[in-house]
Design a protein around this ligand. Structure first.
Ligand SMILES: [Zn+2]
Length: 119
């Protein structure tokens, strides 16, 4: 399933209760740090969602793109790292042969070279 950034209900369903409804104890400093980080990430995601909705509304209204075009492009980009996981993974290349790899690898899958560079 393609996840569109403006599907707010889907996003919230996977995250759990927000900071105001947190059942976690307040006294634990680690909990407070995690809640702060969660708030920052939520704010960042909401800002990115706003930008995505604005871009999509412009593209569909001004250039005539359809939702199928967007879904196909999202799938194409998703597959650039070789894994259809609904995420964009920054790519890197092998230092020896320049083979393209997912950012999750610490060594080249083809030659074992640990000298990987951002693509
Ligand atoms: Zn290599």
């Amino acid at each position: 399933m393609i996840f569109f950034p403006w599907d707010i209900e889907d996003l919230d369903a996977g995250v759990g209760p927000g900071p105001s409804a947190s059942p976690l104890p307040r006294a634990d400093p680690r909990t407070q740090t995690l809640e702060l980080e969660l708030r920052r990430l939520r704010a960042r995601v909401e800002s990115l969602m706003l930008a995505n909705v604005a871009m999509w509304e412009l593209l569909s209204a001004k250039a005539g793109f359809k939702i199928e075009h967007l879904a196909a492009k999202m799938e194409e980009i998703d597959l650039r790292d070789g894994t259809k996981d609904g995420k964009i993974t920054p790519a890197q290349t092998c230092g020896k042969r320049g083979r393209r790899l997912s950012a999750r690898h610490r060594r080249c899958l083809y030659c074992g070279d640990p000298n990987l560079k951002p693509a």
